[in-house]
Each structure stands twice: as structure tokens, then as C-alpha cells.
Design a binder for this molecule. Sequence first.
Ligand code: ADP
Ligand code: NA
Length: 328
Amino acid sequence: DRKPRVFSGIQPTSDSFHLGNYLGAVRQWVAMQDTTDALYCVVDQHAITVDHDPKVLHQRSRVSAAQLLALGLDPERCTLFVQSQVPEHAMLSWILGSETGFGEASRMTQFKDKSAKQERTTVGLFTYPILMAADILLYRTDQVPVGEDQRQHLELTRDLAIRFNGTYGETFTVPEPYIVKETATIKDLSEPEKKMSKSSSGPRGCLYLLDEPNQMRKKIKGAVTDSEAEVRFDPERKPGVSNLMNIYTALAGTTTEKLEAEYAGRGYGDFKGDLAEVVADTLGPIALRTKEILADKAELDRILTLGAEKARHLAVRTIAKTYKKIGF
Ligand code: ADP
Ligand code: NA
């Protein structure tokens, strides 16, 4: 029997992924390559639902794909592609949009949050969850790795699939959430009460995978901790230190108990210094590899074209079936 089909997307909305994106998402993607039949998509069509600069978007899509490859996605073991290269996403989105109630779409809370932050809100931002439903349903996806922020959108996807199947006959696979092994949310280095994010942090709070190693060291050494000097895991009372411990265990494969024992009575300086080296040693090579991949333009084009072809091979079948059912 076949492996479960998995679909996951990431938006090319920054010049580099950050440590939270890696530890909270991409690392699981890499691990799932062999246990599932996975499609991973740089969702550039989602990225135009807010203001964007065309040249920057194009470059960010390539950098995103290059980073995913550098982090360990292997085009032989998964399908990696850029959304706009597979026109069937937009085609299915139109059909699903015509099956979505206006009230149903209006209940999406992420739209309310995001539109409040925009000067100009687009219809595309409003229908974003419908495009996401198309992304997923196009590939007969069994499982979707989702964080808390995407749960409501996956619920909409399931509702649409179930309703469409009920109205027009069996067409879509109804996807399930993929429960990812609990990874701690990585917190902002300057404001450890907040999650690390490209949007919510100052320049020193977010550790980008493409930062220079020395920049990474500086950010770790400058991370906000507390007035004690005890390396102890206590996310409630010691959010800064606990965040650094989470980063340490995630990257070095150790445990918080071992770290507590190792740094007992030694203060934060040693701990931060060692973590700075762990971070620079593990992420430094990834930045270099990303640059190498970007430098070979033809090879990256080849990989993405091949990925889009593999994706389309599946997508056209779903579109053909759906068109027939809908009366086209
Ligand atoms: P951002 O919050 O910087 O806008 P995205 O929303 O684009 O990042 O995140 C893409 C993926 O990375 C999502 O699957 C999300 O769950 C994961 N992710 C983002 N920030 C973190 C974080 N601080 N800790 C863990 N995972 C994160
Ligand atoms: Na986000």
C-alpha cells in the first residue's frame, strides 16, 4: 500500500527563513521525505495577497527553494516546486471559491488579523484560505502538517471537500491534520515572550538562516535572559534562557536536563558562548550551501521545472475529474 500523501507550503515572504521556520517546520519536512509521499511548495501566489515587489518576490522564491534544498529536501525523495508554475492551483481555487459560502469565508480569523495590518486589503487576502484548500485538494492529500494558525483553514478545506463530494459525487480526498512531534515554538531573542518571527521582532531578535556566522554569534550572545545566573529550564519564569536551551537541544540533540547539569554554577557566558558555536557550526554550512545552489542558476531551474512537472502530472488529473463533475 502507498505512503500517505502530504502537502505543505511555505511563503517566500522574506529574504531568508529564520530559525523558527527551520525548527518548527522545515526540519519536519526533511524527516517526512521517506515516510510519506510529500509535496513541498513555495507558495508565491499566496505571497501576492499582500503588498509585494515583483523583483523581490521572484528572487525570494528562488532563495526559498535553494534554502529548502540546502536544509535537506531532496528532489529525488519529494516533490519540490513553485506554486505559480502549476496553473491548476488557480483553476481549482476558482471552482472551490464558487462552492464556498461568503459567510463561511468571512469567519476566517487570520484574514481579520492580517487585514487589520494592511493599508489596503485585497480580495485575494480574503480568498487566501480557498487557494490553500485548492493547494491541498489538488493532490489528493491525506495529511497536512499544520500549526495552530492554519488549523481553521484546514477545517475549511475539509468542509469543502466533504460538501463537494456530497453534492457532485466522490472527487476529493478529505485531508487530516498531520500531528507533528511537538517542537517548542522558538521565541524572539530580544523579546522571549513573543515567538520568533520575521515580522514581529527587532533586528536582533530574529536569527536568519542566511545571517553571517558572526552575526549569529552576536545575536545569541546578545539574547535577553534574566538577572539570575542559573541555566535552568523554566519557560514561565525564565523564558529567555529556556528558549536558548530549546534551541541548543534542537540543534545539538542533547536534553535540557543534561544542559542544566553541564552548566551548573557556570553562569550564562559559557552557555551562550557554546550555543553561539553550535548555531554557527550547524547553520553556517547551510548558508554556504544555499549560496552554491543559487549560483548554479541552470541546475536550480532544472530542479524546479522537474518538480512542477511532477506536481502537474497529479494536478491535471484532479482538474479533469473536477471539471467533469462541475459541468465544464
Ligand atoms: P513568520 O511567523 O515569521 O511569518 P511563517 O508564518 O511564514 O513565519 O512560518 C512558516 C512556518 O514556520 C510555519 O509552519 C510556522 O509554524 C513555522 N514557524 C514560524 N515561526 C516559528 C517559531 N517561532 N517557532 C516554531 N515554528 C515557527
Ligand atoms: Na506567521
